[in-house]
Design a protein around this ligand. Structure first.
Ligand code: ADP
Ligand code: GN1
Ligand code: MG
Length: 364
């Protein structure tokens, strides 16, 4: 798909002359571009086409993002933290004062500052980085714990609701695109075998054993920016920030940070959970959050890694059976390869559950 990118960018209050606009990053959902500015000394920008198949209420989503980023920015300023543009995403308005633009084709666009000197990673290289990433995501949650005002909008309803995901899975079995069931019976059986166990979190929440908080809900490791020295700059991809369980953030980060491979590894024997990375991430995360998490929330953290890995596998498998309508894919089998990798990681986590529980007990 080609878009009139310069024309779109020209409708935002960008500082400087736009020199170039090129695809950027590795997300599965939005279309992301980097806007390079000609004059040295001026900041570059990110231009993003928000996926309105995935996000049905773009205005509600942008309202959340602005509330959240304003809140964090005010906090940083009151704490005397410098270079706030690197510590929180800064959105740019259109020339008519809106935070997003709807173009004539019905596409939605947002612009925010490119964080200079930043990089995102697909894999965590060592325990020190894992510790910092844990602190980064934990700190984000801590920063939002006192967000005033009404609850945030639910940008994807039932996003991590396992009952909803099983319902979609069963509908996809009926779709059975290109008779893909015949290719995925093993994965389908895996999903059915785990149904009871994967309701642990939703049950605990319904029984009022664990509270809802403001969570990021997409804490994949490439959604946090590091600087060149490996220090954390800020959390990005704020489209899914909304009410959720702390387990969604801890679990999804472990799924990607502590896995020994990327999420679409096809050599399944390479996939396992690195306990040292898990431990370091958990130390960082709990450093920032243990003062407000309840005992029950902490007790269920190890399970959350298995849960989030499983639910991602279930979503990739469902998308494969649906005919690849949700995630961006790079080749025909991409979704099923991702699902297989996730399910292998679930099995590996099962073998290490006791050690994972011990790690958390030792930290707190
Ligand atoms: P998606 O929802 O598609 O994952 P993201 O918002 O995560 O989109 O952006 C995709 C990628 O673009 C990120 O993983 C990151 O590498 C890069 N990126 C996004 N925002 C910024 C930013 N403000 N500064 C630098 N890089 C960014
Ligand atoms: C998507 O947007 P991105 O690439 O950071 C997805 C997440 C999945 C992830 C799997 C809104 O994240 O839920 O965990 O892919 N985001 C949405 O890689 O569905
Ligand atoms: Mg992303």
């Amino acid at each position: 798909m080609s878009y009139p990118l310069f024309e779109i960018a020209s409708q935002f209050s960008i500082n400087g002359t736009v020199e170039n606009i090129e695809p950027f990053g590795n997300g599965h959902i939005n279309d992301t571009f980097k806007i390079s500015i000609k004059e040295t000394g001026l900041s570059d920008y990110i231009l993003q086409r928000k996926n309105h198949y995935v996000f049905k209420d773009i205005a509600g989503m942008m309202e959340n993002i602005i509330r959240v980023t304003d809140h964090i920015r005010k906090k940083l300023e009151s704490q005397g933290v410098g270079e706030t543009d690197k510590k929180v995403i800064t959105h740019i308005q259109t020339k008519t004062g809106e935070y997003f633009l709807k173009d004539v084709e019905g596409n939605y666009w947002a612009v925010f500052l490119f964080v200079e000197g930043s990089q995102s990673v697909e894999k965590i290289e060592n325990p020190e980085h894992a510790f910092l990433a844990g602190k980064g995501f934990g700190h984000f949650q801590q920063q939002l714990a006192d967000l005033p005002g009404k609850p945030l909008n639910e940008t994807i309803v039932d996003f991590h609701n396992i009952e909803f995901r099983y319902r979609n899975f069963r509908k996809a079995l009926e779709v059975n695109f290109q008779n893909r069931i015949s290719l995925t019976q093993k994965e389908i059986d895996f999903v059915l075998e785990h149904e009871e166990e994967m309701h642990t979190l939703i049950r605990a929440h319904r029984n009022n054993e664990i509270p809802s908080r403001i969570t990021h809900n997409d804490t994949k490791i490439n959604n946090i920016l590091f600087d060149k020295d490996g220090q954390i700059l800020c959390v990005i991809d704020l489209d899914t920030v909304m009410p959720g369980l702390v387990h969604f953030d801890f679990g999804d980060a472990i799924r990607t940070a502590a896995c020994t491979t990327e999420e679409d590894e096809t050599d399944l024997d390479k996939i396992t959970l690195d306990l040292e990375i898990y431990k370091s991430f958990a130390r960082g995360f709990l450093d920032e959050t243990k003062s407000f998490l309840t005992e029950k929330e902490i007790e269920l953290l190890p399970h959350s890694a298995k849960f989030m890995t499983f639910i991602m596998g279930l979503r990739f498998l469902t998308d494969y059976l649906d005919g690849d309508v949700y995630y961006k894919i790079k080749h025909a089998d991409h979704n099923i390869e991702r699902a297989r990798a996730q399910f292998r990681l679930v099995s590996e986590i099962s073998k290490k559950e006791n050690e994972m529980k011990t790690v958390i007990r030792e930290i707190v």
